[in-house]
Every structure is written in C-alpha cells, then in structure tokens.
Design a protein around this ligand. Structure first.
Ligand SMILES: [Zn+2]
Length: 414
C-alpha cells in the first residue's frame, strides 16, 4: 500500500467512525443499488398485498403455525435465501449472506395469530381496505418482509453484513415468545448482533420491552360443611389474605411497574368450606430489576398467606397452594440514544413519519433482555381491530412501510 493510499484508508476509517446513523441512512438512500431496491419495493407492493391475503388465509392458531410456516419455507427457498430450515420451535429461517458473516441482522415477523383453529380466516377486500383475522398482525409483517427480500434481490443489493430472515412462532399470548426465545437460546445462539421485529402496522418504533410474569395460583384444602366443619383452614380465605397482600405492594411509577389480580374462581356453595379456589395474576414492567422485585414479593405473599391461614386455624385441615407460572416475557430496553434506535428514527423520518418511540411487549423483549440491540417496527399502512375478528388493514401508501423496513435493514447490515 502506498503512503497516499494508506492516508486515504485512514480517512475512510475516520469518516465511517464519525458518520451518524442519520447521515448513513440518508447516504444509503441515495446509493444507486439501494435506490433501485426502494423503487422495486414500491413497484412490487401490489403483488405482496396479494401474498398478504393468501398467507392470511392459511390458518396459524396459537401452537399450530406449521401450515403457514411451510408456505414461508417454500417462499424463502423460491426467493433464493440460503440454508432455509425450520427449527424445533417451528421458526422458519433463511439467510441472505453478506460480504461477511457479521454483523448478522435478524429481521423477522411472526407466523402465529390469537385465533382458535375453527376461525373463518377468509379475507375480504373493499377498495383500500383488507378485512380478516390477522391481516395486520402479523400477516402484514410477513408480507412486508417478503417484499424486502424480493426488492433486495431485484436490485442485487449486496450488504457488508448478513441478514437472517425469520418467520417466527409463538409471539402472541400464551405462546410467550417461544419462537424467539428458542432462536436466541438455541438455534441462533451467539450468532445475532442486531434485531428487527416487524409487528403490527404503521410506521412506529418500539424500543422498550415491557416484561411480564403471569401466574395461576390454586389453593386447596379438604373442604367441609360451613357449620359442622367450622374450624378448618379455608382456601378462599387464604387466597383473600394473598390478594390483600398483593394489593398493598408499592411499585415504582417510573419505569411503570404494575400488578393485577385479573380473575378469581372457586367454591361450591355458600354453606360449604371450599376445597378449591384459584386466581390469575399479571405483573409487568420494562425494568428487569423492578419486575424481579415484584415477582419475589408476589411469591412470598402467596406462601405467607397460606402459612397465616393455617396458623389462624391451628393447622387443622391445612390449605396448600399450587402457584403455577403460566406466562413469562423478559423485560428490556434498547436505549433511545443507541445506534440502532437512532438509525430507526432517522430512517423513519426520511419517509415523513415522526419517528416517535413506544413501549410494547413483542419479540424484541428477548434480545433486549440479553442486551442485544433490538427494535420492533410497524409494517406500514394502517390497521384497526388487531386481535379481533374485525381486524382491518388499510393499504393506502403501505409501500412506505416496505421501503422503510428495507432501508433500515440495509443500514443495519453493516
Ligand atoms: Zn403481533
């Protein structure tokens, strides 16, 4: 290397180190190949709206995403992704190699819906509006992801880093992020440097992952006649003690930390000491430590309530509790001033949206909890009625969502 070349190489290193995410994304938007890909994304949008409808009409109830997953696997292969496979959690994985293996950006949308198997998943279309269960959340995310892959291919965009595309399982409800947990704990453990989840509609950015613990606690005892067997410990009264303790928890207001006893049930008759009752409890925070503290207090409250009830009745016919964890979503935050969030804001502003940040509970919770830079972005268009049978997706200018996702992916895969 000549001296002058060495100097220019140094200058390059210096400029790439000092360039901001905003400058980088603006520069990339003018790169000829990226520009061609952005044009392709807009041009291909009608096709991927048809694909969105077609994918949405393949049922994907909780824990049964396999049929929709096999179709995504077929499409990934057809689009030329490499090492296409389905892992043991049902995640469909395909790789678009870059010049180097790292940085490796994981870019994904979820397969599952909240709807049971018997749901009519037929999609109707009136003008700009598509209507059907799951049409926005997250069939739109899947279709947008496919649109990004196709546009990158059409324009032959080469990225310095690799993009791993995934259609994942178990994002919703009691699915408990099981697909993404499996990706980070097993299938792609240690291989992912950055993460983008495409979930829901619009052009929002989520950088705070609200975590949660959910429990179903069942209190049991022998039960008996309210008059004749008086003097026994009482499961409902034990549960009442637990609820009173929970109600008195002090929690921080910032970061917002919450608890709720959401459902209770049990007992058989007004004149019977019950043999069983149960409660369902939800606790949330975006702050790991606050959530763990609250979780510890909850477990202690349940145990103490049972001990106090048994002591109150001198240990006669004691009550026991089965405190079952039915949901856990890890908490985490990608700081607002981190490069990935600054890049997401800058890219979003290029498409005329404000780039405001939100909190949510999405697949990003998992990498956020591990300290891996992660954001969740909307997929464009406008949605309403998510998680209802009347869910709609308005396709007006939805290509902007595909273009934003593409430019963000290209900005991060370097
Ligand atoms: Zn979703």
């Amino acid at each position: 290397m000549s001296i002058s070349c060495f100097v220019c190489a140094l200058a390059l290193v210096a400029s790439s180190a000092s360039i901001s995410p905003a400058q980088e994304s603006a520069r990339l938007a003018q790169d000829p190949a990226v520009k061609a890909a952005l044009d392709a994304a807009k041009r291909n949008e009608p096709h991927f709206l048809d694909e969105q409808i077609r994918i949405c009409e393949i049922p994907a109830p909780p824990f049964h995403e396999d049929a929709r997953g096999r179709e995504l696997e077929r499409l990934f292969r057809q689009m030329g992704l490499q090492n296409v496979r389905i892992d043991k959690a049902g995640n469909v994985i395909g790789v678009r190699p870059g010049a180097a293996v790292h940085p490796n950006l994981l870019f994904q949308a979820h397969l599952d819906t909240v709807f049971p198997p018997e749901t009519n998943v037929k999609v109707t279309r009136e003008g700009d509006v598509l209507k059907g269960p799951g049409i926005g959340d997250d069939c739109r995310g899947l279709a947008m992801m496919l649109g990004v892959i196709q546009a990158l291919n059409d324009a032959k965009v080469q990225t310095p880093g690799t993009i791993t595309f995934v259609a994942d399982t178990g994002e919703e409800g009691l699915g408990d992020l099981r697909g993404t947990k499996n990706l980070f704990n097993e299938t792609l453990k240690g291989q992912i440097d950055k993460f983008v989840s495409v979930d829901g509609t619009g052009l929002g950015i989520t950088n705070v992952g609200v975590g949660s613990y959910r429990y179903r606690a069942t209190f049991k005892g022998p039960g008996g006649h309210s008059f004749g067997a008086f003097g026994m410990a009482n499961p409902i009264q034990a549960m009442g003690r637990a609820i009173a303790k929970i109600d008195s928890f002090e929690v921080p207001s910032s970061p917002k930390t919450t608890f709720n006893v959401g459902r209770v049930g049990g007992g058989t008759s007004v004149n019977a000491i019950p043999f069983e009752c149960w409660m369902e409890v939800d606790m949330r925070s975006s702050d790991k430590d606050s959530l763990e503290t609250l979780h510890g207090k909850y477990n202690a409250a349940v145990q103490q309530a049972v001990e106090e009830e048994n002591k109150r009745w001198n240990g006669r016919s004691p009550v026991s509790v089965d405190n079952a964890l039915v949901g856990y979503r890890p908490a985490g935050i990608t700081p607002a001033d981190s490069p990935i969030v600054l890049a997401a804001i800058a890219v979003t502003k290029l498409f005329g949206a404000p780039g405001a940040l939100r909190e949510g509970s999405t697949d990003s919770n998992v990498p956020m909890n591990l300290g891996i830079p992660a954001v969740t972005i909307g997929s464009g268009g406008a949605g309403s009625g998510a998680h209802s049978l009347n869910e709609t997706f308005n396709t007006k200018d939805s290509w902007l969502g595909t273009q934003r996702g593409l430019l963000l992916a290209v900005t991060l895969a370097r």
